[in-house]
Design a binder for this molecule. Structure first.
Ligand SMILES: Cc1ncc(COP(=O)(O)O)c(C=O)c1O
Length: 401
């Protein structure tokens, strides 16, 4: 039946994170005690003040189609948020609210990219970037970063990757999957390279902005020469534990925002009304209201780094944000564990699922096949138990005969 489907869908890969979660669910349903560390989803409940705003919106009958680009008072709250947290001035006509940051990014791809355009993706990159770029018929140009450079692209690497076809650079900071956070100086270094190429645009995905253990988030749009050509992406899924509410947004030049609104008007008609009303409460609250979650992620980060550091063969950077570790486990390649040959990170992640009952995600899905991604958006007990199981499963490694 595949032949009846479009090339577009046949050429698209299934989201590896969702596929791993589905596999873990299947094993769990068949009675296995699986610890799921594969999903990028906070394990907290939505704060009560946000729930109250949603309940109020239902009672106030927010049930009609909202404006395609978002309610005016939500856009005003986003404008204020950009000023307060990022020192960025985006007027109301520069903001578009969408069905999650994922749709915000897909909108940008659809309205900015043509066939043959190149999009530079520093790897590891967020799992969906590559397929979204391909869906827009553009070409992903993967630039592999190194653990020694904390998985960040250097100005030199960026300079070398640019060709006359380069249209955009997409990256996330804090980064999913590496947890790396770009400093002001590092972003200035990239901006310096881009200065010579005024037609290259940047998607700056800042959805993990608040989950930052250095406490200093920098938006590249605030750097000299970058404002007009940066699309700043954000949303409420991660910091406010609102993944299911599906609200994301962009701040961008008004002509880009207008194009995204036009596109979205034909695809979804806009983001869900109750989620938008709840987002107003989330964004207007002082950031201190969610600091208990950030503190928890920070202590879990320290815990998981300590525990993984005790396992031979796991090479780690120190993630300064988000809620993932991205260990290089390539030292296991070519070895056998419990009789299973490990050729690559996908084998390793599958081995951990079957022999440690722990779900992780292969780094191949993020453009780095030497690593796996482990999410620590889980309780301390789960983290301790999961790493204990992983340690047991990978010790006693025998060389291949
Ligand atoms: C880097 C990054 N960008 C965007 C998204 C999409 O977020 P949303 O839930 O708002 O669609 C995610 C979610 O995993 C992410 O990790």
């Amino acid at each position: 039946m595949k032949e009846h489907l479009s090339d577009r869908i046949n050429n698209m890969s299934t989201s590896a994170t969702l596929a791993m979660a589905a596999k873990a669910r299947e094993l769990r349903n068949s009675g296995e005690d699986i610890i799921g560390l594969s999903l990028g989803e906070p394990d907290f409940n939505i704060p009560d003040f946000i729930k109250e705003a949603a309940k109020q919106a239902i009672d106030e009958n927010y049930s009609s189609y909202p404006p395609v680009d978002g309610y005016a008072d939500l856009k005003a709250a986003i404008t204020e948020k950009f000023k307060r947290d990022n020192a960025l001035d985006y007027a109301s006509d520069q903001i578009v609210v969408s069905t999650g940051a994922k749709q915000s990014i897909a909108n940008v791809a659809m309205v900015m990219l043509n066939k043959g355009d190149e999009v530079i993706l520093p790897a590891p990159y967020w799992v969906s970037y590559r397929d979204i770029v391909k869906l827009a018929e553009a070409t992903p140009v993967i630039v592999r970063t190194s653990i020694e450079h904390d998985f960040k692209i250097t100005p030199e690497q960026l300079r070398k990757a640019i060709t006359p076809k380069t249209k955009m650079l997409w990256f996330s900071s804090p980064c999913n999957p590496s947890g790396s956070v770009y400093s002001l100086d590092e972003l200035k270094g990239l901006a310096e390279v881009l200065k010579k190429h005024p037609d290259i645009f940047v998607v700056s995905d800042e959805i993990y902005e608040h989950i930052n253990f250095q406490g200093k988030h920098v938006s590249i749009a605030g750097i000299d020469g970058m404002y007009e050509r940066t699309i700043t992406v954000n949303g409420v899924s991660k910091a406010f534990a609102m993944t299911g509410w599906r609200i994301g947004y962009i701040g961008a030049a008004s002509w880009i925002a207008k194009a995204c609104t036009k596109f979205q008007g034909q695809i979804t008609s806009g983001a869900n009304a109750i989620g938008q009303r709840a987002t107003i409460a989330a964004l207007q609250a002082p950031v201190s209201k969610i600091s208990y979650m950030i503190e928890k992620f920070h202590s879990r980060r320290d815990l998981i780094l300590t525990l993984l550091g005790e396992i031979d063969g796991f090479k780690l950077n120190i993630p300064e944000g988000a809620f993932y570790v991205f260990p290089d486990i390539s030292s296991f390649f070519g070895k056998t564990l419990n009789g299973i040959k490990i050729k690559d990170a996908s084998d390793f992640a599958m081995y951990l699922l079957e022999y440690a009952n722990v779900a992780t995600v292969t780094g191949a899905a993020f453009g780095n096949p030497d690593c796996i991604r482990i999410s620590y958006a889980a309780s301390e007990e789960q983290i301790i138990e999961a790493i204990k199981r992983i340690k047991t499963a990978v010790t006693g490694v025998k060389e291949l005969a």
